[in-house]
Every structure is written in structure tokens, then in C-alpha cells.
Design a protein around this ligand. Sequence first.
Ligand code: FHN
Length: 437
Amino acid sequence: MQNSNPVIRDRNQRTEWFLEARFGMFIHWGLYAIPARGEWVRSVEKISNEAYQKYFEEFDPVAYDPGAWAKAAKKAGMKYAVLTAKHHDGFCLFDSKLTEYKSTNTKCGRDLVREFLEAFRAEGLKVGLYYSLLDWHHEDYPAFGDPFHPMRENEEYKDRKRDFSRYVDYLHGQVKELLTEYGHIDIMWYDFSYDNMTGETWRAADLVNMARQLQPHILIDNRLDGSQSIKTGNPFTYSGDFASPEQLIPANGVTDGSGNPVPWEACITLNNNWGYHSSDRNYKSPKLIIRKLVECVSKNGNMLLNVGPDAKGQIPEESLSILEQVGSWLRQNGSSIYGCGKAGLPKPDWGRFTRNIKTGKIYAHVFEQSIGAVCVENLAGKVGSIRLLKDGSEIPVTRPWNTHDYPEDLFFNFGIPDGATYPLPDDIDTVAELELI
Ligand code: FHN
């Protein structure tokens, strides 16, 4: 049934591909890759524009090969990718006419965004651009007293004249450049609103209306608005098309005030930094990433998984290795992720369920061995066939002698005798496809 609210109705129509895609690549890249201490290095270490300028003078990513990035994303099973066109440091990875602080003015002389867009489109991925609302380089952005600006405590900045409205014009002008000079853009990923720096402070309604006029299909995240209005039943123009929980997976996904599902995407790092951090070796395992992707989908969500390329333009080997293993699992089990969502069944002890939105097929993701047969509550007599998703082999529906006291439950197992305990075919996530009758 169509939602009566036009903002929600339009959002639901625009996000159909997004809910199908489920898995994307986030790319945080820029000058901060040179100090290699994460993308907040300027704020954390209170580095002035002048002190940071040496990285602008030096930046020359000689190994930048967006085609290789795109192939790695595709092989990982990712269906879209979002690159930082400008992060909080204000450095533009695109040839903006509104500033000299851009990649085309560095030694590399390249429009890094344009090359990214062309390479990822060529591999069949949808493309998005991250655009920071904060700008620690722009002279009209609040500095002294701001909670995050590198010069927030520098008295020299206390009485500097600035015209914030001119900064907002700059912000709108750059977004217009990105949406008129770079072809079809699928996502604009704004980041982030805080305190009174939210909503109409950015002239958010005008910004969204402009984007919708230029690229009506475009998806916009919820960070133009710090009030989380996307979760209400009456969102604003600028509430966004999807919620963006960060470095966590919401316990129950994201719904609005009436319990209706809201599109959402958990953005997650592979180590603990978005931007390249040379000493952060705390990478997550492929097993964790796969199981957390399943968790996102089981709660009607997406996962936007981040890579932070280094100063030469190379995605870290550790990241590539994880992506390779995630892709291998997805090549065998992707039907349980793409186009899937919440199954409407209670979460089982042994793992999770996902369900294909169109076919209704249920996918049992078995993470943990059961003692004896695997039990699916309350599905006795409701499942026609069970197949091991990765090879299509039959998994018999069983009724071992020790299950007779539980007639309402369905059981299946991975060996004979069917009441015994067996190792899982895939100890990361064994997926059984259940065809309902
Ligand atoms: O401050 C940014 C951070 O650097 C990174 O870009 C993340 C990614 O979602 N967003 C902000 C923190 O919430």
C-alpha cells in the first residue's frame, strides 16, 4: 500500500535499487593520507591551514588507479561506491571553479572524482559522492569556539571577520558543480550536522530541491538534518532518503514513528579509521564483516564498508584481502543478501534469517553448530524444500527421534543419522535456502 505522505512515497520509490544493492564501498581519501593519522588529524592536532599546506604541495598519488579500485569493489560483491569529494579539511578532489584548493592544482593535476566516477560506472557500480558540510579550510567557516575546527581555541581567530552566508553559497555552488558537470550521480552523502549547524543553517531545503531538480533520481543521506527527522512520520524535504548509523548496527534496524521501515545504511570502517592511518592494524575479520552484513540485511539495512587509500592512492593490502574473502562468500551466497531484508521470524539461537523481498524465499544463516538437527521454530510443515545455497545440494527436512516432542518446529541437518551433530559446511556462514509451501 502506498504511503499517503508524498515525501515518504517518493523516498520509497527512489530507494528501490538501494534496498536491492545492500552492499557498498565507502572511500575516504585526501591530503590526510600523507600524515597517515586519520582524516581528523587537523582537528585532533589543531593543525592550521598554513601548517597543513605542505601536504597540499606534496600530494601526488602516483599509484592512483580507480579502475583497480572499481574492480576490487565489484569482486567484493559491492554494488555502489561513495568517494569523498571534499572532507572536513576542505580539500577538493575535483576541479571546482570555486576554489584553488583542489586536486587539479596539486602535483598530480588530476580530477580524482571524475576518474573515480568513470571507472566505477565502467564496472557497472552506482556512484555516490560524500560532501563535507564542515570546511576547516574556508575562511568563512566558523573557527574560534566551534567544537571541532582546528583553530577552535586559537585567540587569533576570535575576531576574524567571516561571512557564513558566503560559505553556504560556496557549498551550494560546489554541489551544483558536482551535479551538473560529472554526469549521473546516484547518491549525495552529506556529512554532518551538529548543534545549530543543521537544516536551514545550510539552506538545506534549497540544496535538496536543487539536487532533485538537477538529478531527480538522486538519493540523499539524512545528515543535512541533525534532528533525525527521517525517523518521524512527517519528514522534511531535507530529512533524507536513508538513515546513516555509523560504526554500529541498530538493534532493531530503523523505523519511523509508526513502525514503518526506513531505508538505512550502516557505515563501517575495516580498521578503526576512515582515512588512512598507517599504525592502525586493527582490521576486522572477513567472518565478522560477512556476519555483520547479514545482520544489516536481516534488519532491512545496507552496509557501506570503508577503505582508506594511502597517499600514493593504494588501498591497503589488508583491506583488499578482506574484500576478496567477502566477495568469495558473496559469489556463492549473494542471493541471501541482494534484494533481501527482514524475514519476519524470531532470531534463532544459531544465526539469522533473511528473506528475499520479491520471492519470499527464506535464508537461514547458520553461524553456530546446533547440538543435533538445526531447529527452525514454528515452520513444521511449511517448507517444501531446503537447499544448501552455495551449491544447490539438497538438505533433507528431517524429524529425528529426539524432536518428536516439538511437532511445531522444522528440523534439518547436514548428515546421517539426522539426529547427530555435524560440522557446518561453511563455518563463517552456512546458508540454507528454504522454499515455503
Ligand atoms: O567526521 C566524519 C568522519 O570523518 C567520517 O567521514 C564519518 C563517516 O561517516 N562521518 C563523520 C563522523 O560522523
